[in-house]
Design a protein around this ligand. Structure first.
Ligand code: COA
Ligand code: AMP
Length: 634
């Protein structure tokens, strides 16, 4: 017998236009679309062509105009500054309209880019929504990135305005943001006309006359700005994410498909209705923060929580349960690493039992593979379903999930369950031939991708085709490998490129290798993601030094660690490196990364037939055990 999930899935694949056209009726349009899906320019597909919409109207004004203006839209809960602040839909709409006026007064208009480099404060969400209100394209840069990464994004997006804050508060540390911003602008080839800076009480930033504007001063003088209708296909935001080189990819999200798909997911995947409280414990700098702290809960008329803190240490491993209890959270969404951190500090779940969690219904996990231990610990201690779901910055919402608003399938550990309606996920071999159920291959999605996904990369259509569409014609390459079992459960095993996942943060080892190679004493290097009990993976660097280097190895290691911190940022968590005589390679000179990885993770391995010198593997074991990996951990 079929269930609501089966029916929705079938319709979404057999009749995508009917399926998404119906979902779009639930959104506010200034002008309805001429065509739900335009496939006249393959492989570029566009949704809701001819439609006019405003994302901010759908997130805020729509609810005020429909009588729920007094309902709480956003709760800012910041244990690190001892603050809880609530905004109703009317209050948030008014703040956003005023900040939209501030941006417009600085000359930002439809199509202009605005970079937002901010910590987890309500002003970050206000700035994003204000851009959407005037049709400007925001690009949020995560605070844990260094000035150089910010400069790369400034060069690519060419923003008219940058919005920032004087500092972030990371656990017990205050991190000044303004010197990083100033440094990035100095490095960048394109300079913004203005920076709007929110001064926080714990750190006052010095301002550059003529360029920098104080957020509060500007808001005091601002005229509220109304929503500007934009084409459904106009870009809403650019979000840079790690690619296979040091150059990040500018993932583009358009307006129409994004509103439609995200609003639909709130009920179908998360079982959220208007008025429910939804909490994505992530950061606005990541896609999870874009989609599920800011946009989707507001499209749905729910209450969203913006949390400035960590799962542990702010002040303790009970902070998640305090927030869930105090704000009556129905659904929480976070990365498994957050739960591993809590489990490490509170293995018996004693903090959990101190709070009334009766409103809490489901925990969703994503961002990295959910290890069965973490899921089982959470199920046992929370007594609610724990749902793993799989997605990427590029996709904007879940590719695979247990769609809790449609049908609750039995959980299979290690699987994010089934393809979400809209996603025709398949497994293929290198020649793009389908493989048998249970066989591992490349996880791909048959085109067209559903609405709300990436239509292209910013100013880089060729890069988009090359990175995602070329290898498997007719399909989107997820760059994840895995398999699908007989019953349609999908298993996501590993990346097929150089991306690693560190505490749910996506990083490129290739980008780190570029930094290490820049050290004057390094002849060649490799950076690998090695298993880590807390963060899932952490990067470890292996360096071969140039002949005749006299500097001590420890000194060089310290220097490269500092270089990665300065050029990529603390979020890379690059703290471990070692010097080796040579790297294991094939006879054609390719570094045997897979084999090194297995040695590091203490897994069984065989010397590949193509290896140049098998003795290098023993040398690698020694090097790894000297820094606490490989055999030493047995
Ligand atoms: N601004 C500035 N610096 C930041 C930052 C930010 N927004 N976010 C992180 N950093 C810094 C940290 O201070 C730390 O610096 P350090 O090397 O000086 O200590 C470094 O980047 C690494 O941070 P993080 O990976 O967060 O490690 P942590 O040890 O501080 O915390 C966890 C570990 C597991 C508690 C934490 O990563 C966490 O809560 N993860 C949740 C997962 C998540 O939000 N994923 C997003 C996708 S869903
Ligand atoms: P990001 O773009 O930062 O969201 O990272 C996307 C990548 O994280 C995916 O391509 C996967 O490799 C990994 N990932 C995210 N969610 C999951 C999940 N539920 N299971 C396995 N891997 C995941």
């Amino acid at each position: 017998m079929s269930n609501a999930y089966d029916e929705a899935f079938k319709k979404s694949i057999d009749d995508p236009e009917g399926f998404w056209g119906e979902a779009a009726e639930d959104c506010h349009w200034y002008k309805k679309w001429d065509k739900v899906l335009d496939d006249s320019n393959k492989p570029f597909y566009r949704w809701f062509v001819g439609g006019e919409i405003n994302t901010c109207y759908n997130a805020l004004d729509y609810h005020v105009d429909n009588g729920i203006g007094d309902q709480v839209a956003l709760i800012y809960d910041s244990p690190v500054t001892d603050t809880i602040k609530k905004y109703t839909y009317t209050e948030l709409r008014d703040e956003v309209a005023k900040f939209a006026g501030v941006l417009a007064a600085q000359g930002a208009a439809k199509g202009d880019r605005v970079i937002i480099y901010m910590p987890m404060i309500p002003e970050a969400a206000i700035a994003m929504l204000a851009c959407a209100r005037i049709g400007a394209v925001h690009s949020v840069v995560f605070g844990g990135f260094a000035a150089k990464e910010l400069a790369t994004r400034i060069n690519d997006a060419k923003p008219k305005v940058i919005v920032s804050a004087s500092c972030g508060v990371e656990g017990k540390k205050v991190i000044p943001y303004k010197p990083l911003l100033d440094g990035a602008i100095e490095m960048a080839e394109t300079k913004p006309e203005h920076c709007i800076v929110f001064q926080r009480p714990m750190e006052t930033a010095s301002m550059i006359a003529g360029r920098d504007i104080d957020w509060n001063d500007a808001m005091a003088k601002a005229e509220p700005h109304d929503c500007v209708p934009v084409a459904a296909t106009d870009p809403l935001y650019i979000l840079y994410t790690s690619g296979t080189t040091g150059q990040p990819k500018g993932v583009v999200r358009d307006n129409g498909g994004h509103v439609v798909a995200l609003k639909w997911t709130m009920k179908a995947i998360y079982d959220i209705d208007q008025g429910d409280v939804f909490w994505a414990a992530s950061d606005v700098g990541w896609v999870v923060g874009h989609s599920y702290i800011v946009y989707a809960p507001l499209f749905k008329g729910a209450t969203t929580i913006l949390f400035e803190g960590k799962p542990v240490g702010t002040p303790d491993a009970g902070v998640f349960w305090r927030i869930i209890s105090e704000h009556k959270v129905k659904i929480q969404f976070t990365a498994p690493t957050a739960f591993r951190a809590i489990k490490r500090e509170d293995p018996e779940g004693e903090f959990i039992r101190k709070y009334d969690l009766s409103n809490f219904k489901i925990l969703f996990l994503a961002g990295e593979r959910s290890d069965p231990d973490t899921i089982q610990w959470s199920e046992k201690n929370l007594g609610v379903p724990v749902i793993d779901h799989w997605w990427q910055t590029e996709t904007g919402w879940a590719i695979c999930a247990n769609c809790m608003g449609l049908h609750h399938f039995p959980v299979r550990y290690g699987s994010p369950t089934k393809s979400v309606p809209g996603w025709n996920v398949q497994v293929v071999d290198p020649e793009c031939r389908p493989v048998k159920a249970g066989d591992i291959g490349a996880l791909v999605v048959k085109l067209p991708l559903p609405p709300g996904t990436l239509p292209t990369l910013w100013n880089n259509d060729d890069g988009y085709v090359k990175a995602y569409l070329e290898e498997f014609p007719g399909y989107y390459k997820t760059a994840d490998a895995g398999y699908i079992d007989e019953e349609g459960y999908v298993y996501v095993m590993s990346r097929t490129d150089d991306i690693i996942n560190v505490a749910g943060h996506r990083l490129s080892t290739g980008a780190m290798e570029e930094v290490l190679s820049d050290h004057p004493d390094v002849a060649e290097c490799a950076v690998l993601g090695v298993e880590d009990k807390l963060k899932g993976q952490i990067p470890v660097g292996f360096m071969v030094l140039k002949a005749g280097v006299t500097k001590a190895n420890d000194e060089i290691i310290k220097e490269v660690v500092q270089m990665v911190r300065e050029r990529i940022g603390p979020v890379a968590a690059f703290k471990t490196a070692t010097v080796v005589k040579r790297l294991p390679k094939t006879r054609s000179g390719k570094i045997l990364r897979g084999t090194i990885q297995k040695i590091a993770d203490n897994k069984d391995y065989k010397a590949p037939a193509t290896i140049d010198d098998p003795a290098t593997l023993g040398e690698m074991e020694e090097a790894l055990s000297s820094i606490g990996y490989a055999k030493s951990r047995k």
